[in-house]
Structure formats: C-alpha cells, structure tokens
Design a protein around this ligand. Structure first.
Ligand SMILES: C[S@@+](CC[C@H](N)C(=O)[O-])C[C@H]1O[C@@H](n2cnc3c(N)ncnc32)[C@H](O)[C@@H]1O
Length: 302
C-alpha cells in the first residue's frame, strides 16, 4: 500500500510532514524521497530502538529530518517546541513493527518465552507484567474483552488470577499456556493473539492515544493537508472512521424530530469512503498487510 499511502499523504513537495509511527523508517524513507530539498519530515516513535534503527536508514536525508523519541500523543507539544504551527500531512501506521514482535526482550509475542513487557517506550512504568499480575480479576476480564474482543475473557481472567496466586506470571510463554488451558483446541492461536493484543493495547494505552493524536493534530494541518492512517484491527479503524466522519459532518444531529439539526462547518473532507486494503499480491507476500485498512482525510479551508 506504499503507493496509495504516499499518493494520499503528499500534496506539497516543499511541505512539513509528520510520520507519527516511524518504526524502521520504511515509510519515512519513501516520503523523504518524494520531498524536495525544502521539505521536512518529523519522525516520531515511542521506541528508542526504532529511532536508532530509522536514524541509520535515513542518514542520507539528515538535513531535512528531525527524529523524536516520544509518544505521538504529545504531537502538539512536539510541534510547538520546534516552532511549527502548520504541517501538510500526518501519517500513522499503527501497532507494533515486525522488529518489535521478533525482539525477544520486548516481550510482545506469544510465540516465544520472554519476560512479559510489551512497552513501546521503556521509560513508562506500566508493563505487561504489571497488568497481568497487578490488575484485579474484573479489570483483567474487561481489558481482554474490550481490547481483545475475546469471548472467553472472564474464564481467562479467572485462570490468570488462580495461577498467579501460586507464583507471579513472568513470561509470555506462561501467559500463552494459561490462555491455551482455557481456550485450547483449533482456536487457541486466535485466542492467544486476542489476549496478547488486549494486554499490549492496555500497556501502551493505544486507543486513547490514537484519539488524542487525531484531535490534537487537526489544528496544525494546513488547508488541503492530509491525515492518513493505516490500522490493523477494528477497534483502531472504528476510532479513525468515527473521527473523520464527525469532523466531516455538516450537521450536528439534534436527536429530536421536532428540533432541526445544527449546521456546522466541516474541518475535514473524507477521501476514502471505504477503507483501502492491500492488493491481492501484497496480501499473499505480507501477512500483516491482510488486516491493514487505510483511511485518508483532507483538511478543509476552515
Ligand atoms: C507498524 S510500525 C511502523 C512501521 C513504519 N511505518 C515503517 O515503514 O517501518 C509502528 C511503530 O509505531 C510506533 N508507535 C505506535 N504507536 C505510537 C505512538 N502513539 N507514539 C509513538 N510511536 C508509536 C511503534 O513503536 C512502532 O515502532
């Protein structure tokens, strides 16, 4: 989807762009290649290793990029601190990178047996160990149900609490075995993926931060500038879709048939009525792209 992403994002080769999920710098590199010598890219990632990795990859563009190790939820502060009042585009390619999943010390994957961590940003105190061993049964069940959409959430939460009363649950392998002991059989892998996704979302507060990024970046986007978001599960996609639709609405519904709707001035125009998905060939070659959904919106003149 690289071509579509750049096509939606870049409208001004001299512009200022933000890659709010820098990762290994693949998108950032392609953006820099499209910008003129006067264009600027601000690359943000919560993970210091991603900043290091991308820094090496982007060394040849050194003069036109700024790399920032922070959460993109702090976008307003990050831009103001650099005296930037207007940007021409924001890209978010959400979730974790394959590098993070493969890196044992980050403790994201249910396929290994590593210390439960899952923090994108090692400076934050809450990690997966803290969630799994510190939340009470009802809180755990809610996290697994709301962020993992796992139907066996209550039974899994109960089993976690039983097991940790004997000894703390230290590793991804121990957690995976607990999930399997409740939701085994042919759906075990799906259940493990859902539970690990839920805990990762909680640890990194991903959904609240996505909401904060979208609302806080809006005043910085120049008229005609774009927001492009690639999401990988329905919870993220719903937030993006709802935000775009609310900002593009021409009326606020009164909710009462005797009262007229209130007109409003839209701040965004939605460019993707339906989310863009990866082409068949990309889906065949890259399993992650199978769940990717791209949405784009353009800032209006208001
Ligand atoms: C899927 S990867 C991005 C890959 C990147 N587009 C590339 O081409 O290499 C997502 C990255 O965004 C980072 N990330 C996710 N949410 C973030 C947030 N709210 N603030 C800062 N970084 C975030 C993760 O640490 C991860 O490195």
């Amino acid at each position: 989807m690289l071509g579509e992403t750049l096509g939606y994002l870049i409208t001004e080769s001299d512009g200022i762009y933000v890659d709010g999920t820098l990762g290994g710098g693949g998108h950032a590199e392609a953006i820099c290649e499209r910008l003129s010598g006067n264009g600027t890219l601000i690359g943000i990632d919560a993970d210091a290793d991603a900043i290091h990795e991308a820094g090496n990859r982007l060394r040849r563009f050194e003069r036109s990029i700024h790399l920032v190790n922070d959460n993109t939820a702090h976008i307003a502060h990050i831009l103001r601190a650099r005296n930037i009042s207007t940007i021409h585009g924001l890209l978010l390619d959400l979730g974790v990178s394959s590098f993070q999943l493969d890196e044992a010390s980050k403790g994201f994957s249910f396929r290994g047996d590593d210390r439960l961590d899952m923090r994108m940003d090692r400076r934050q105190p809450l990690d997966a160990f803290g969630v799994v061993n510190g939340y009470d049964e009802a809180e755990l069940a809610d996290v697994i149900f709301h962020y993992g959409e796992e139907r066996a959430s209550r039974r899994i939460a109960r089993r976690i609490v039983e097991r940790r009363s004997e000894a703390p649950i230290e590793t991804t392998g121990q957690l995976a075995a607990i999930v399997q002991s409740v939701a085994g059989g042919k759906f075990a892998v799906k259940s493990m993926a859902r539970v690990f996704q839920a805990i990762r979302i909680e640890v990194n507060d991903e959904l609240h931060r996505l909401q904060a990024i979208l609302s806080d970046v809006l005043p910085f986007i120049a008229p005609g500038g774009r927001i492009v978001v690639i999401s990988y599960h329905s919870l993220e996609d719903r937030i993006v879709k709802t935000f775009f639709n609310e900002c593009a609405a021409e009326f606020i519904p009164s909710g009462n048939k005797f009262q007229p709707d209130t007109p409003r001035v839209p701040e965004l125009k939605v460019l993707t009525k339906r989310p863009v998905e990866a082409a068949d060939e990309e889906q065949r070659n890259n399993s992650r792209s199978r769940s990717a959904k791209l949405r784009a919106a353009e800032r209006t003149a208001h």
